[in-house]
Design a protein around this ligand. Structure first.
Ligand code: ADP
Ligand code: ASP
Ligand code: MG
Length: 407
């Protein structure tokens, strides 16, 4: 049996007219010879944000499990509406919610991880239906609560379902034509990439390219799922994610990503003793906060500055942890800045080229953009800069690395 998984994001299901375009993609899937289609839908664009705001208007610290019960409803609306549209058009379809399969997750509400998916149940449903319209983003804990997979989580629902059902192909339909060298909504000279390695896409997604949720790429890589990113609104081929191959090595830089979801914290004049980093970062990590970039300044008179970044949404929580530790850590001052952004230059070809860092730094220097923190890996260089320079930095790096498309 040839199974196809197709996922449609928020803008693709935003209104009745667009749902008709989504229906055409399903029909197209059958015309391409697939026997069964699992459709994964997101909430209509803006809906998840609206639900989050509703909760925050009422509670300063909403219960995480109730929050997931609330925000998962956006996807329920989409799947019910779409399944009724398909039925009306004579397609044997039904909607399926996360708990009805179930898609089991852990209890990390708000960013739950998929533990397993009952593929047997899906196979049974596929005996009676040709299209299953599954709610993305949501899961079901072993303790019987509804969970959600983190922002952009429908991508992960789709890839996990493709893995569980050994689907031939997984297609992620969105509002752009594929993965680009940088966000095409920011840089009009961005070029569509035809093929990208899982590894590069993992870096792009981790560095902020929200076109795919990071975990969906990790899943696709682990289970070797052929994954296409395509547009709902045209018929172009899109971008294929695959294993790295020789032709990719020749491209030095595959893209520039940005992440505005960052906040910078500095602990000024901390005593530079062995174990100081553990003293600072253990309580932060125990609170479930992910620290990203870290720099420790050279010591002066036994004192040092520790600067690092956390997700912007975790800034207040991190500050309150550090304030409570003031006596223990004996720092002079706690400084923070949430108007920062992280710009990353990514490419597997970096392994074989020197000078990428130098070009990155001199390009930013030419624009008079100050770099606050630098971090590198084998295939990426990231710089933390003032948020207001994000677009300028992206466009100038895009040009400096020869990524601009020809007009
Ligand atoms: P969906 O609602 O379909 O899941 P998202 O908004 O989550 O869509 O992701 C698509 C968006 O990702 C695009 O509209 C684009 O602005 C953004 N994006 C960021 N970086 C890239 C990139 N490198 N290539 C393509 N899109 C990107
Ligand atoms: N609706 C969820 C979100 O906005 C999940 C998704 O769109 O993938 O994050
Ligand atoms: Mg998305």
């Amino acid at each position: 049996m040839r199974i196809l998984v197709q996922k449609f994001g928020g803008t693709s299901v935003a209104n009745a007219e667009r749902l008709l375009q989504v229906k055409n993609k399903i029909t197209d899937g059958f015309e391409r010879g697939f026997d069964k289609i699992i459709v994964v839908l997101s909430a209509m664009s803006g809906e998840t944000n609206r639900l989050l705001a509703l909760a925050r208007e009422r509670c300063s610290n909403p219960d995480p499990a109730e929050m997931d019960s609330l925000v998962s409803t956006g996807e329920q609306v989409s799947v019910a509406l779409f399944a009724m549209l398909l039925k009306e058009n004579g397609i044997r379809a039904r909607s399926v919610l996360g708990f009805q399969i179930p898609i089991h997750t852990d209890t990390e509400f708000g960013s739950a991880r998929i533990l397993d998916i009952d593929s047997e149940k899906i196979s049974q449903l596929l005996e009676n239906y040709d299209v299953l319209v599954v709610a993305g983003f949501q899961g079901y804990t072993l303790t019987g609560r509804i969970s959600t997979l983190g922002r952009g989580g429908s991508d992960t629902s789709a890839v996990a379902l493709a893995a569980a059902m050994q689907a031939e192909l997984c297609e992620i339909y969105t509002d752009v034509e594929g993965v680009y060298t940088t966000d095409p909504n920011i840089c009009s000279k961005a070029q569509k990439i035809d093929r990208i390695s899982y590894e590069e896409m993992l870096e792009m997604a981790s560095m902020g390219a929200k076109v795919l949720q990071i975990r969906s790429v990790a899943f696709a890589k682990r289970y070797n799922i052929p994954l296409f990113v395509r547009s709902t609104f045209c018929n172009n081929t899109g971008t294929l994610l695959t294993e790295e191959d020789e032709s990719m090595e020749t491209a030095m830089i595959s893209g520039i990503a940005y992440d505005k979801d960052q906040a910078r914290i500095t602990l000024a004049d901390v005593e530079d003793n062995p174990g100081i980093a553990a003293q600072i970062f253990l309580p932060i990590s125990n609170a479930g906060i992910i620290v990203d970039m870290i720099v420790q300044n050279p010591s002066h008179d036994g004192l040092t500055d520790m600067t690092f970044t956390v997700p912007r949404a975790s800034l207040n929580k991190t500050l309150s942890i550090l304030e409570k530790l003031k006596t223990e850590l004996s720092y002079r001052e706690l400084l923070f800045d949430d108007a920062v952004s992280k710009i990353s230059v990514i490419g597997v070809g970096m392994r074989n080229h020197s000078g990428i860092a130098a070009v990155t730094f001199s390009t930013l220097q030419k624009e008079n953009i100050n770099i606050m923190i630098i971090s590198t890996s084998e295939i990426k260089i990231s710089c933390l800069i003032e948020e207001k320079y994000t677009e300028l930095a992206i466009r100038s790096l895009h040009e400096a690395f020869g990524l601009d498309k020809e007009e």
